[in-house]
Design a protein around this ligand. Structure first.
Ligand SMILES: [Mg+2]
Length: 422
């Protein structure tokens, strides 16, 4: 154990604040170096050009090195730099952080002072201490992360979920640890998650049976039909439709804003990405191709002699089927289930969301939102990146680096595909 780790050793907290400029860190440590002190901890924050630098160092112990002299030298250096300095004596390292560590991500659009106060108060009421706060993103939403200790992540999640819904912000609580960085498979629902549409409705519009399809959907929502019954009833209404409609529907599908950014960034980070859908392979296979997805599974519309038969072939992908597919994709990707992320909006997605290491309800119905680990209610799919601790800056830096690389490759090099500006 080194001297600085010994809890009895005298330490000094040197806090510097003022206008940021180059050379402050070098200048401070250069000044401290004359007293042969050791560094125990350093933290620095710069916000709108104002800097706060905290250095926890051992007190000078060697003969001839005097604490009073160190204080005077640091103060006079700070003055010469037009900075303020505060030096606080104590012993040992920072107080150990409490057990129970979480990352609490708060998404607001906008994020108000009132909602921030409410979240912070709830963290305190749950026994948590906020050790660190930083901004993950300012666009398309304001996202901040609180590093919290002293409260069990599950208790914190429950306490914050109800408050978040009431004040209109999204809060995700993820327990801290290396596993957060190790999540390596993301599986998404398609209709109203990856895309803005419900694919069956796009087909129904071509068959002129939107109203009948909507009636069956409503009956299913009332619990009068289960998913499989409602799927068969709705697909039956498409019987006789020309197969050329498949291409039209593929062209009509609108990706959710942020979908390309999410997938592109996850792929760069080495994630595998898949989709599961109660919709149709005629659309999901096309999405797999266009978006470079690793996995896609859905129901298949039967086509005979160039016409839809009104039947589906193969095993039905329903609520249980989606969870089964998540497990299968995880096994194929060699990723433990605890390291998977599932995203969905419907009751059909609940088993999958619960089976995943992190289940994200995306602009979901209340019943789904309440049952999932976390909810995103802003209409941007890339907000999921912030729940994984990835900052907007990192996303943009990666985009810029790739654009520069494809620029070097010549005019034929293709940069990231446009994504509604993202
Ligand atoms: Mg859906």
């Amino acid at each position: 154990m080194s001297a600085s780790q010994n809890s009895d050793v005298r330490t000094l907290l040197v806090k510097i604040f003022g206008k940021d400029r180059p050379g402050i860190t070098a200048g401070l440590f250069d000044t401290l170096a004359a007293y042969a002190v050791d560094v125990v901890d350093i933290e620095q924050v710069v916000s709108r050009g104002r800097l706060v630098l905290c250095a926890l160092v051992t007190a000078p112990s060697a003969a001839g090195a005097d604490e009073g002299e160190l204080r005077a030298t640091v103060h006079s250096w700070a003055e010469s730099m037009k900075l303020q300095a505060e030096i606080i004596s104590g012993t040992g390292d920072n107080r150990p952080r409490g057990l129970g560590r979480s990352h609490v991500t708060v998404l607001g659009h906008p994020l108000t002072a009132e909602s921030t106060a409410a979240i912070a108060a709830r963290i305190t009421e749950t026994g948590g201490n906020i050790d660190r706060i930083f901004r993950l993103a300012k666009y398309p939403v304001t996202a901040v992360e609180f590093a919290v200790s002293g409260a069990a992540p599950e208790a914190l999640r429950t306490a914050l979920a109800t408050r978040a819904a009431a004040i209109g912000v999204d809060v995700a609580v993820v327990s801290a640890g290396l596993h957060r960085r190790a999540q390596r498979l993301v599986v998404m629902d398609v209709d109203s998650t990856l895309i803005q549409d419900e694919v069956i409705e796009l087909f129904a519009a071509h068959a002129g049976c939107e109203d009948q399809v909507a009636e069956v959907t409503a009956a299913a929502m009332r619990g009068e039909l289960d998913f499989e019954q409602s799927l068969h009833a709705r697909v039956a209404l498409l019987a006789g439709l020309d197969a050329s409609v498949v291409d039209k529907v593929r062209a009509e599908v609108r990706l959710t804003p942020g979908a390309r950014t999410l997938i592109r960034t996850l792929k760069r980070l080495g994630f595998q990405v898949g989709v599961v859908s109660g919709g149709f392979t005629q659309v999901t296979d096309d999405l797999r191709e266009r978006l470079g997805l690793d996995f896609a599974s859905a129901n298949t519309l039967e086509i005979v002699d160039g016409k839809l038969t009104g039947r589906v072939t193969g095993e039905i992908v329903d609520r249980a089927g989606k969870a089964k597919l998540l497990r299968r994709f995880a096994a194929e990707a060699g990723v433990p289930l605890a390291q998977t992320v599932a995203i969905g909006d419907g009751a059909n997605d609940l088993d999958m969301l619960n089976a995943a290491g992190l289940g994200v309800a995306f602009n979901a119905k209340p019943v789904v939102r309440e049952a999932a680990h976390t909810a995103v209610n802003v209409p941007f799919l890339d907000a999921v990146l912030y729940l994984l601790g990835i900052t907007r800056e990192e996303v943009e830096a990666a985009d810029a680096a790739e654009a520069a690389r494809s620029g070097e490759a010549g005019p034929t090099g293709s940069g990231p595909a446009p994504d509604g500006g993202r």
